[in-house]
Design a protein around this ligand. Structure first.
Ligand code: PNS
Length: 167
C-alpha cells in the first residue's frame, strides 16, 4: 500500500465502453496518479464483444489520458487489485437503481478485502441514463447511439448487429 503513489483500478464489463465510462475515467485520472481500467473477462456469460474487442474499444476510448492503462482480469476483482498492488477501486454511480447493486458489491468486496477502498464517482448529469445495456438495445434496433458512445464504438455495434442478423 503506497501512501504516495495512488494507483486506482476501475473494474467493469465494458460491453461496450460508453461516454459514461469515459467520463468516470477522465475524472478519476485527475484524482489518482494512475488508473487501470480492468476489463472483466467473464467467460461464463457470453458477451456481445469478446474480451479482446472490449479491451480494444476501451483502449481507443481512453487514449487521451496519459496516466490510464487498460488490462483484463478474471476471478475476483479484489484479487486483481492485490496483484497490481492497488487498494483503491473505482465505480461509477448513475441512477438510484445502481445504488443497491453498487452497495452490495462494495460490501462484498469490503468483506473479502477490508484494505480495499471503493470510491464512487457520481456520473455527470448528461450520462445519467447511459448504460451498456441501453446502448446495446438501441443499437440492436437500429437506433442512433452517437450521443452515448464514440463513433468507433457505434460503428462496431452496427457491424456486429449486421453480422448477427445475417447469421
Ligand atoms: O460493469 P459491470 O458489469 O457492472 O462490472 C461488474 C464487475 C465486473 C465489476 C463485477 O462483476 C466484478 O467485480 N466481477 C469480478 C468477480 C468479483 O469480484 N465478484 C465479487 C464482487 S460482488
Amino acid at each position: 500500500m503506497g501512501d504516495t503513489f495512488r494507483r486506482a483500478v476501475y473494474p467493469g464489463t465494458f460491453n461496450p465502453i460508453h461516454y459514461g465510462h469515459i467520463d468516470i475515467v477522465r475524472r478519476a485520472s485527475r484524482v489518482f496518479d494512475e488508473v487501470i481500467v480492468a476489463v472483466y473477462e467473464n467467460p461464463d456469460k457470453p458477451q456481445l464483444f469478446d474480451v479482446v474487442e472490449r479491451i480494444e474499444l476501451v483502449e481507443r476510448g481512453v487514449i487521451e489520458f496519459s496516466n490510464v492503462k487498460v488490462a483484463s482480469f478474471s476471478g475476483l476483482a479484489v484479487d486483481y487489485l492485490a496483484s497490481v498492488d492497488a487498494w483503491i477501486m473505482i465505480r461509477g454511480l448513475r441512477v438510484f437503481s445502481d445504488f443497491e447493486y453498487e452497495f452490495r458489491m462494495a460490501l462484498a468486496n469490503q468483506r473479502l478485502a477490508p484494505e480495499v477502498e471503493v470510491v464512487n464517482f457520481i456520473t455527470s448529469e448528461r450520462n445519467l441514463h447511459v448504460s451498456s445495456t441501453t446502448v446495446r438495445e438501441i443499437a440492436s434496433l437500429g437506433g442512433d447511439v452517437s450521443s452515448m458512445v464514440p463513433d468507433f464504438v457505434a460503428e462496431r455495434l452496427a457491424m456486429r448487429y449486421a453480422e448477427l442478423k445475417k447469421s
